[in-house]
Write a protein of this length. Structure first.
Length: 190
């Protein structure tokens, strides 16, 4: 299914050594829910997420799409091969400009930020509205989490053929064509 999400692989603009905050993969998660047979919801996530937020407010997030975890190994393989086509499109990336919110990010109060992000997936790119909660953990570390799920539509990322193939292989009458994606990103000050 459109398990891709969220969020993302990027061509990171600045090097890791220059980033002010680095994503802690062990305490971060990008999750999505798929629905089959019109009423069977299934939680999924990615195991390998990397990223950074630099001092200029540029957020870059990258997801290794082959790290998708559905709880069923054959489903993981099929998602990689037929939906994400990881041999050609190994990563998903998300870039957001939070420069207008630096006072919030560098301050000591938690805040909700509305912005937009560029999502690159399956050879396609789309700007999506996102709303995030920036929480301060202490020691200048941050948690950036989705305030609302980001909805990823199959048509925006040329995923219809992959979803059709998954539906055929699983013998399902239906698989959702739009997927809600949520995330919690733990960022450690460098």
């Amino acid at each position: 299914m459109l398990r891709k999400v969220l969020l993302t692989s990027v061509c990171l603009a600045s090097t890791s050594a220059l980033a002010d905050w680095q994503l802690n993969n062990d305490l971060s998660r990008v999750s999505f829910v798929t629905v089959k047979k019109e009423s069977v919801g299934e939680p999924n996530h990615f195991q390998q997420v990397s990223g950074q937020l630099n001092d200029n407010g540029q957020l870059a997030l990258s997801i290794d799409l082959s790290s998708v975890e559905t709880g069923i190994p054959i489903r993981n393989e099929r998602l990689g091969e037929f939906l994400f086509e990881t041999a050609t499109y190994p990563t998903l990336s998300l870039n957001a400009d939070l420069s207008g919110h630096l006072d919030t990010i560098k301050g000591d109060k938690d805040s909700v930020i509305e912005t937009s992000a560029t999502l690159s997936l399956h050879g396609q790119e789309k700007v999506l509205p996102i709303t995030v909660l920036v929480s301060h953990k202490g020691n200048d570390n941050l948690v950036v989490s989705s305030w609302d799920p980001v909805i990823v539509h199959q048509d925006d990322f040329a995923l219809a053929d992959g979803i059709n193939k998954l539906q055929e292989l699983a013998g399902l009458p239906a698989i959702t064509r739009a997927v809600p994606v949520s995330f919690v990103l733990s960022l450690d000050k460098q």
